[in-house]
Design a protein around this ligand. Structure first.
Ligand SMILES: *Cc1c(COP(=O)(O)O)cnc(C)c1O
Length: 454
């Protein structure tokens, strides 16, 4: 196999292709599109079979080395994989052949650790090789900010600036960001998450800031998607009974970065029966799958699975592109993807808050399993699908749990009467000192800070 790295194209098709490291470091393509690999390498049958003998970091290496190619030395990549994935990835058995993949054991107890930890280490590798500096500017409604802050904390040559809406972030999420210091600067904006995101976008398109090496770390960055394909392969490799057994996944979705990771794994040769796309009441994608008509929800609906309150998912343009269509950044479908194939691979379902809390309660009383709102949306999506399609009990099925229940102590207490135990990584936070800047929702003020600080 050639070690030549894969080229990345922009979904808007107006910028030229770039290599992996450039796509990673610039984030958004110059034409405003999202970078996508020009092809996805397929693992040999033997590679797929051998996954079952590999550890999580080794599977990450197998996958990422195919995609990044010769832009990084093998030993270096393997050691990054070992360093990034030094925590458990449990598969919790529920009933029959149904499992929950717990992606909540990383340092910030959300699945965003998987991408952030890999991305930070790869960025660090590529910039230090070229003696460059980098500033990551990102807006967060909670989980992304804490995962990014934790993943980049203490790295040399990289500064991180995080904007967050103080009124929309839980105390625990805030403290995960504001108690670090060093290269992590946190700014509370007097406004909503959308205001934070607007400020970030303005900074990225401000030509007078071109001298600053700004990059992004949210799910528009292709560097976030590739690490998210690994746990799909991992789950199958631990559970499969035969080399070609097909697996069902239910993915709790907001911006659809997680699902994109799954689609990449499928294209690499993972035998997936279907992905169940489980959303909260922001059900624009399940509706699109059903009707072929895409109607973004603006403003998005507030649900308890707050990280999935997205009315126009940023990765939808990538999914449309993967299936032969074109969608611009405003969500306008310029060319319809192959809807028949899309429906063969994906089944969409939208779950209400009421069903979400009932599912948390039911899972706890029936199976003794504690889910939080995002994982409950996925589990409910899976059970509805299994019922509707009359799948046999032996169908291998995995539902993704994307955050730790202890991140939602009050809700979980109210629903189950049980207070979830804090994982070690989150305990002791309340006694640490916080420090962050409070700022009006003003681009000029933010710009002054960026220019002075960077
Ligand atoms: C970000 C997030 C999601 C949504 O993931 P996407 O990749 O945006 O679809 C789901 N659950 C939790 C806990 C999250 O933090």
């Amino acid at each position: 196999m050639s070690r030549e790295g894969i080229r990345y194209y922009s979904t808007n098709l107006k910028s030229g292709t770039v290599g992996f490291s450039e796509a990673l470091l610039i984030g958004l393509a110059p034409d405003g599109g999202l970078y996508m690999p020009s092809y996805i390498p397929v693992l040999d049958y033997e590679d797929i079979v051998n996954l079952s003998d590999q550890s999580y970091p080794e599977i990450a290496y197998t996958v990422l080395s195919r995609i990044i190619g010769n832009e990084i030395e093998s030993e270096e990549l393997l050691s990054i994989c070992r360093d990034a994935y030094n925590f458990e990835v449990p598969l919790e058995h529920v009933t029959e052949r149904k499992y929950i993949l717990r992606l909540d054991q990383g340092p910030t107890a959300s699945f965003k650790d998987f991408a952030a930890r890999m991305m930070s280490r790869l960025m660090q590798y590529f910039i230090s090789r070229n003696n460059r500096n980098l500033t990551i500017l990102t807006a967060t409604s909670g989980d992304t900010g804490s995962a990014v802050a934790s993943a980049f904390y203490g790295l040399e040559n990289i500064k991180v600036v995080i904007l967050f809406p103080p009124g929309e972030v839980s105390a625990m999420q805030r403290k995960q960001m504001t108690t670090l210091g060093k290269n992590i600067t946190v700014i509370g904006i007097d406004g909503k998450f959308d205001d934070c995101q607007r400020l970030v976008k303005t900074a990225f398109t401000d030509n007078t800031l071109n001298h600053l090496p700004l990059s992004s770390a949210n799910s528009i960055n292709t560097g976030r998607l590739l690490p998210q394909s690994v746990y799909y392969l991992y789950a199958w490799s631990r559970l499969r009974k035969s080399h070609d057994e097909k697996i069902l996944f239910s993915v709790p979705s907001g911006n659809f970065g997680n699902l994109m990771g799954g689609l990449i794994a499928r294209n690499m040769g993972l035998p997936v029966k279907r992905f169940i796309v489980s959303t909260n009441s922001n059900g624009e994608v399940p509706e699109f799958l059903g009707t072929g008509i895409y109607r973004p929800i603006d403003p998005s609906i507030n649900c308890i699975s707050s990280a999935m309150n997205v009315g126009h998912p940023s990765n939808l343009a990538r999914i449309v592109s993967l299936y032969g269509g074109v969608m611009d950044q405003d969500g306008k479908v310029l060319k319809l993807p192959d809807m028949a194939l899309l429906r063969e691979h994906l089944a969409g379902i939208s779950i209400s808050d009421n069903d979400t809390t009932n599912t948390i309660k039911e899972c706890f009383t029936r199976f003794g399993i504690l889910l939080e709102p995002h994982g409950a949306v996925a589990w409910k999506g899976l059970t509805e699908y299994l019922k509707d399609f009359r799948e046999p009990a032996e169908q291998l099925s995995v539902s993704l749990e994307t955050a730790h229940p202890a991140k939602f102590p009050d809700e979980i207490m109210k629903i189950t009467g049980k207070k979830p135990v804090l994982p070690a990584s989150l305990s002791g936070l309340e006694n640490k000192d916080e420090s962050y800047i409070r700022l009006e929702n003003s681009y000029e003020k933010l710009k002054r800070i960026l220019v002075e600080y960077l």
